[in-house]
Design a protein around this ligand. Sequence first.
Ligand code: ADP
Ligand code: GLC
Length: 488
Amino acid sequence: MKLKVLFTVSEAVPYAKTGGLADVAGALPKALKKLGCELVVVMPRYYSIDRERLEHIPGPLGVPMGPMGELWAGLYRDRLAKSGVDIYFIDYEAFYGRSGLYTDENGFGYSDNDNRFAFLSKAAFELCKRLDFKPDIIHSHDWHTAPQAVLRNTRFAYDEFFMQSATVLTIHNLQHQGQFYKGVMDVLEIGWEHFNPYELESMGGVNFLKGGIAHCDALTTVSRKYASEIQSEEFGFGLQEHIKAHSHKLRGILNGVDYEEWSPSTDRYIVAGYDVEDMEGKRECKRDLLNIFGLQDEERPLIGFVGRFAGQKGIELIAGAMERLLHCGANFVMLGTGEKWAEGFFRDVAARYPDRFAVHVGYSDELAHKIEAGSDMFLMPSLFEPCGLNQIYSLRYGTLPIVRATGGLDDTIVNYDAGSGEGTGFKFYEASAEALANTVQWAVNVYRDSREDFDRMRDRAMRLRFDWERSARKYMEVYEDAIKRRRS
Ligand code: ADP
Ligand code: GLC
C-alpha cells in the first residue's frame, strides 16, 4: 500500500518563491514519490503564477469560512517537472490576486493573512474529498498551514474521511508564527474551548504555529541543531516552553539539495561548467562575475552573499564589520532584498568603494547561481538559521562557506583546522561584528597563505552530497511514527 500524503505549503519552486521553503516544497515531494508515496501538493494560485501554464479543473471548490460563509475557489493543476507529482492550486482572487505572497510593496504583512492561510489550510481538506484522496499523512509547513493539525483534531475529528489521517508539522522558521486577532477562531471553525494557552491562545490572540505544535502527531524542523535551539529562550521566540512540552514528538531532519538545479557541471546559468576534476571553469565564472559587478582584481579572493536582507541573516553584523571587511584584502558581491536601511547602506558602500564592493538589490535566480559559482567564499553570518540552503549549495560549487555556528549552518559546515588541514569552511560563534570580521580575515589569510589547505578543503566540500533521498527516508520514518501515535 502506498502512503498517501497531503502536502500543503505556501510557496514552491518553480511557481512562487521567497526563500528556502519553496526549494524544499519543490524537491521533497519528488523525493517522497521516488520512495513510493502518493502525493497531493496544494498551494495558492498567486496571480504571479500564470494560469495559462496550468490545467483548469472544472467546478468550483466550496470552502466554509465561518462568518464569511462558504467561499468558492477555482482549481488548477500542474505536474512538477519530470517527477509527475500532482500539484494543485487554489484560486481565489480576493485572497491571492496581489503582487506579493505575504507582504505588500512596503514589506508590511497583508492584514488578512489570517483569512488567506486559514482558507488555504481548509481548502486542502475539501480538495481531498473532491479527489477522493484519503490521506494517511497531512503534512503542513510553517504557520501558514499549521492550523491543519488542529482542524484534523477538531472540525474533522469525527469525519469518516480523515479517520486514518495523522498529522506532521514542519517548522522551517520559528520567527514567523502567524499571530492574529482571535476572531479567526470563528473563520477556522475551531471550537472556542481550544482557545487556551496550551493550544491556540497567545497574548490574547491566536497563534497558528502554537496550535499546530500542540495538535500535530509529529513535529519536525530542518536541522538537528535547530531542533534543540528552539527549546531555548534565545531561539524560541516565546514558544520555547510550549515546544519543550511537545519535544517527545520533535525531530530535526536536514534539508537536502536538488542537485539537478544546483551543480556546477550542469548549471544552465553559468558561463562555464566545472567540477572537482577540472576547475578551470570556476576561474571563468569568477571572471564573469567580476565583470558583471564591475570589479577587477582576479587575484583577490571574492566573497559572495545571497539572501534576504533581514535580521536573521546577520546583516547588522555585516554592516557593523564593514570598515574592516573593506580592508581585509577581499572583494565582495552581495545579492538580496529586504530591509530598506540595508538596501540603502550596501548601495552606499558600493558607491564609495566600487573597486572592491558591489551589490545588486533585487531577486535574481541567475545571479544567485553566478555568485555561487564565481565566488571563492560565501558569507552567511546568520543570527539563527533553521537549515540554510545557500551554504550547502556553496559546498557543491567549491565556494567555501564562512558561517556563524548556528542551526543548520553548524550542522553542515566543518570548521577549518590549521593543524590537520581538515574542514569545509570557516566558523565563528559569537554573534558580533568583531567575530565576523576576524573570521573573514582568517579565511582571507588561509586563501592567500595556505593555498594547499584551501584547495583541499574545496575539493572535500565539492565531493559532499546532501541528497534529498536521505532526508526523504527520514520523513518516511516520521510519517510511520505519526501514524503509530495516531492509531495507538
Ligand atoms: P531562507 O529560506 O531563510 O531565506 P535559505 O538559505 O533556506 O534561507 O534559502 C534561501 C533561498 O532563496 C536560496 O535558494 C537562495 O538562493 C534564494 N534567494 C534568497 N535571496 C535571493 C535573491 N535576492 N535572489 C535570488 N535568490 C535568492
Ligand atoms: C526557512 C529557514 C531556512 C531554511 C528554509 C527551508 O526559510 O530560514 O534556514 O533552509 O526555511 O527549510
